[in-house]
Design a protein around this ligand. Structure first.
Ligand code: PDD
Length: 277
C-alpha cells in the first residue's frame, strides 16, 4: 500500500513520523475520512470545507490551497486500483520540542492514505445494528474533526464490550451523536436530528440527508432531542462516511420500534445508493 507523507508517496511500511510530532505527543491534529465511489470522491467540496474549518479552528496553518488539496485527493485515487475507496487525511501541527504552546516554526505534517471501501455488509443493512446509550463525556469542541479521540474511542469500546456496533450519547439529557457517526430519530414520519453546534461533529452526511429528505418529502426537524424521544422512537438511524446510513434496531438490548429497519431508513438508504452513482 502506498501512502502520502509530506510531499512524497511511499510504501506504508516506510512512512515514518518523528516521535516529537505533535500529533503523536498531544493529539494536536485534525483529519478527514472521504469516501470514493466509482473512483470519484463523494461530496468532496463539503469534506474540503470541513478540513479547512478544522484547520482554522485549531489554528494549524493550512499547508495547501483548495486546488492543492483537490490535486492530492485526485492523485491518491489514481494510485489505487479500487473503484470504491476511503481516503484518510491527517494534518498535525508538526514536529517540535515538547511544549503545550504552539511552536514558532513547525511545518504541518500531512499524511494521507487510501483503503478499499467494501460494500456495507448485507447483514447490517438487512437487520440493522445494536447500540447502547452512554453519557457524552467528551470536550466542548466536538465540531472540530480532531484526532484527539480518546472520548470517542472509550465510548466505542464500551459499545463493543456490550456486543453493540455503536453508542448513542447524551449530554445533559439531550441526544448528541455516536462515537463515529451522527444519530437520527424518526417519530411519526418526521426525522429529527440534534442541533449542529459545538456538541457534535456535523457529518458530511448531514447535508446529504437534508437533501435526500427534501427530495423524498420526508419532513426534517433539527432541534434538541430528549432521551425519552430517543427511547420511544419509531426508527433510529446512524450515518457516517464508511457506514452510509444504517438502522439501529436494538438500543440497550430492547427493540427500537418494530425491531426491524423501517420505511424511512429504506427510503433514505435507496436514495443514498442512487446518489453514489
Ligand atoms: N467519523 N460524528 C463523529 C464523531 C464522527 O467521527 C463521524 C465520522 C461522524 C459522521 O461524519 P461523516 O458523515 O462526515 O462521516 C459524526 C469517521 C467516519 C471516522 O472517524 O472514521
Amino acid at each position: 500500500q502506498t501512502v502520502f507523507l509530506n510531499g512524497e508517496f511511499l510504501p506504508i511500511g516506510e512512512a515514518r513520523v518523528p516521535v516529537l510530532d505533535r500529533g503523536f505527543i498531544f493529539g494536536d491534529a485534525i483529519y478527514e475520512v472521504v469516501p470514493v465511489y466509482g473512483r470519484r470522491p463523494f461530496r468532496w467540496p463539503a469534506h474540503l470545507a470541513r478540513l479547512q474549518r478544522s484547520l482554522a479552528k485549531t489554528r494549524i496553518p493550512n499547508p495547501r490551497d483548495s486546488t492543492g488539496w483537490t490535486a492530492l485527493i485526485t492523485e491518491i485515487v489514481e494510485r489505487h486500483p479500487w473503484p470504491d475507496q476511503f481516503i484518510y487525511l491527517q494534518v498535525t501541527r508538526g514536529v517540535a520540542r515538547r511544549d503545550h504552546a504552539f511552536p514558532a516554526h513547525a511545518v504541518p505534517t500531512v499524511f494521507a492514505m487510501s483503503s478499499e471501501l467494501p460494500p456495507v455488509p448485507a447483514a447490517l443493512r438487512e437487520d440493522g445494528v445494536a447500540a447502547i446509550t452512554l453519557p457524552d463525556e467528551r470536550w466542548l469542541h466536538c465540531d472540530i474533526k480532531s484526532t484527539s479521540l480518546l472520548g470517542n474511542v472509550l465510548a466505542r469500546q464500551a459499545a463493543v464490550d456490550a456486543g453493540a456496533a455503536e453508542c448513542v450519547m447524551f449530554r445533559d439529557g439531550f441526544l448528541t451523536e455516536g462515537s463515529a457517526s451522527n444519530i437520527w430519530v424518526v417519530r411519526n414520519g418526521t426525522i429529527f436530528g440534534p442541533p449542529r453546534d459545538h456538541l457534535i461533529l456535523e457529518g458530511i452526511r448531514c447535508g446529504l440527508l437534508d437533501e435526500l429528505c427534501a427530495a423524498q418529502g420526508i419532513p426534517m426537524d433539527i432541534r434538541r432531542i430528549t432521551r425519552e424521544e430517543v427511547l420511544s422512537a419509531d426508527e433510529l438511524l446512524l450515518s457516517s462516511a464508511t457506514r452510509e446510513v444504517l438502522a439501529i434496531t436494538r438500543l440497550d438490548g430492547k427493540a427500537v420500534g418494530a425491531g426491524r429497519p423501517g420505511p424511512v431508513w429504506a427510503s433514505l438508504h435507496a436514495a443514498y445508493q442512487a446518489a453514489k452513482s
